[in-house]
Every structure is written in structure tokens, then in C-alpha cells.
Ligand binder design. Structure first.
Ligand code: SAM
Length: 296
């Protein structure tokens, strides 16, 4: 297909041709602006020979652009849950040798296993998606928690979610999601995207977020007990108006001894009345390591 799918006329034509009834429950809003598609592709910095994974290709607007960036040694896996959409994609891209279409639910994918099946030696792996918003957080977290080595994630997400992912300490939007994502990768909002560039238009605005590996591993190597660290993070943000001492000793998630929390805060030179939401991730890690040490 030579013409750009990301245009209002071709999108409508494809939806008619394949008699696709849009399913709101699957977040089916299609990008019809090729400039936005180009920004997503450029943000992924595709080198040609990589393994790309696209989640939710829809009718292939982004798929078409990603394929154009790959050379013959590169490959694109596109995972689409909707079987009618999947059948249309098979027809639209029937002569495309660099593409494998999978009719699967991205929430059920074992990411390391999938990559092991398709990655050639040590080529880069990049995951790119205009995500259905109802699965944004579980999808991002399932990829990150799998600890798969990823060279870049580029996602279109709901504006508020993108802002929460990128928020820093002491701000209203800084929360468990910010820490959970920033623990693994460095996020950046690349572009604001208005609702008008989709058919049908969603009720919310969106942003393109890029997630890249840190040049020096900032957090993962520092945490001595990941389970304890994330329990502490959860307790801090579940009761974000409370002081650290109260949120950690009266938490349903962790319920640490008050004396232990006091001793750990003192040892870390943290004001007992400080709220946890004001701590940097490095300070949270240091506090969690201190609690672990004092527990022993
Ligand atoms: N990439 C296309 C674009 O930018 O125009 C379509 C994006 S649309 C927001 C999201 C797509 O994800 C839809 O095609 C929808 O059917 C698909 N989808 C929804 N839930 C999914 C899931 N759990 N796994 C895989 N695909 C899913």
C-alpha cells in the first residue's frame, strides 16, 4: 500500500472496505495525522535492523510508517487483539515480509519469551504503541517488570498518565506510577497530541512519551530488596498526606514497627515530620535499604 493510511479519507475507506465496527471498549481511536506518526517513528530512532514490537496496530497507520524505517534485516511484530481488525491487517499487509501479525491480547504476552523467539543475536528491541488507554499502566508495568532488555519504548498515552509517569518529587502528580516507571527507565514527554488527530476523537488529550535506558543504572543496582522498596513506595503514596513516620508504621501494606521507622529516618537524616511524597527516588531507596539493615 503506497498511500499513507494515516489520513482521514483512507482511514474511513479502510473501515468501510473491511466493514469494521469500532469497539470503544478496545480503545479504537485511529491516528489520521501523518505528522504525529512521523514524530512517533522518529522518537524511536529506528536503525533499520532492529526488532520492533507494536501493540495495537489497528488498521496499520503506525505499522506502515515503522515498516518504512526497517531494512530487510529488521522485523516488526504487531500484536492486535481484535480478530476482525487482525484479518483486515493481514489483507492490507499481505505482501510484507518484514511483518509478523499476532492476533493476541498484549496483556497476556510473556515479553522475554516473545523477544527470544524473534530477536536475531543482539539486535535492539524497541516497543512502540498508540496504546489503548484502558491498558496503559498494566502494559507498561508488565513490560518493565519482566526486566526485558529494551532499547526504547515509545508510547502514546493519555496526557494525565504521561504527566504522572514523568513527574518528579514534591509535585502533585508524583506517585507510585512515577517511581515504578522511573525505577527502570528514564521517561520524557516528547509531544502533546490533541484529540482532533484521531478518528473517532477520544474524550482526552494525549502525549507521546519516550522511555530510555539510563546511561548509568541509577536505581536498579542500588535497591537491596525490591519487594520491600516497592511496599514502602506504595505505603508512602497510599497515604500521601501523612508524615513518613505515620505512613510507614500505619500502613496496610507494610506496617513497620514505629521505633524501627523512627530509627531509620534518624539514621538517614530525614525530618520525622516530612511527607514521603517529597523524597527523591534515591532517598526512598536509601531509606528502604536502611530499614532492611535495621530489620536484620
Ligand atoms: N495503532 C493504531 C493507530 O495509531 O491508529 C490504532 C491505535 S488504537 C488507540 C488501539 C488498538 O489496540 C486498537 O486497534 C485495539 O483493537 C487494540 N487493542 C486493544 N486492546 C488490546 C490488547 N489487549 N492487546 C492488543 N491490542 C489491543
Amino acid at each position: 500500500m503506497g498511500n499513507k493510511i494515516a489520513s482521514p479519507s483512507l482511514t474511513k475507506e479502510i473501515l468501510n472496505r473491511y466493514q469494521l465496527n469500532l469497539k470503544k471498549g478496545l480503545g479504537q481511536n485511529f491516528l489520521v495525522d501523518s505528522n504525529i506518526i512521523n514524530i512517533i517513528s522518529q522518537t524511536a530512532q529506528i536503525k533499520g535492523d532492529e526488532l520492533l514490537i507494536e501493540i495495537g496496530p489497528g488498521i496499520g497507520a503506525l505499522t506502515q510508517s515503522l515498516l518504512g524505517e526497517l531494512d530487510q534485516s529488521g522485523h516488526l511484530l504487531a500484536i492486535e487483539k481484535d480478530s476482525t481488525m487482525f484479518a483486515a491487517l493481514q489483507d492490507i499487509f499481505n505482501d510484507e515480509t518484514k511483518l509478523t501479525l499476532l492476533n493476541e491480547d498484549a496483556l497476556k504476552i510473556d515479553w522475554p519469551e516473545l523477544v527470544a523467539d524473534y530477536q536475531k543475536s543482539d539486535t535492539s528491541v524497541k516497543i512502540i504503541a498508540n496504546l489503548p488507554y484502558y491498558i496503559t499502566t498494566p502494559i507498561i508495568m508488565s513490560i518493565l517488570e519482566s526486566e526485558l532488555k529494551i532499547d526504547k519504548l515509545v508510547f502514546m498515552v493519555q496526557k494525565e498518565v504521561g504527566e504522572r509517569i514523568c513527574a518528579g518529587p514534591g509535585t502533585k502528580k508524583f506517585g507510585s506510577l512515577s517511581v515504578a516507571v522511573q525505577y527502570y527507565l528514564e521517561p520524557e514527554i516528547i509531544h502533546h497530541v490533541p484529540a482532533e488527530v484521531f478518528i473517532p476523537q477520544p474524550d482526552v488529550d494525549s502525549v507521546i512519551v519516550s522511555l530510555s535506558p539510563y546511561s548509568v543504572n541509577k536505581y536498579q543496582n542500588q535497591v537491596q530488596d525490591k519487594n520491600l522498596f516497592f511496599k514502602i513506595v506504595k505505603s508512602i503514596f497510599q497515604q500521601r498526606r501523612k508524615t513518613l513516620r505515620n505512613s510507614l508504621s500505619k500502613s496496610a501494606v507494610i506496617a513497620l514497627e514505629r521505633e524501627l521507622v523512627t530509627a531509620a529516618l534518624k539514621a538517614e537524616n530525614i525530618d520525622l515530620k516530612k511527607r514521603g511524597e517529597k523524597l527523591t527516588i534515591t532517598e526512598m531507596i536509601s531509606l528502604s535499604n536502611r530499614i532492611l539493615q535495621l530489620q536484620d
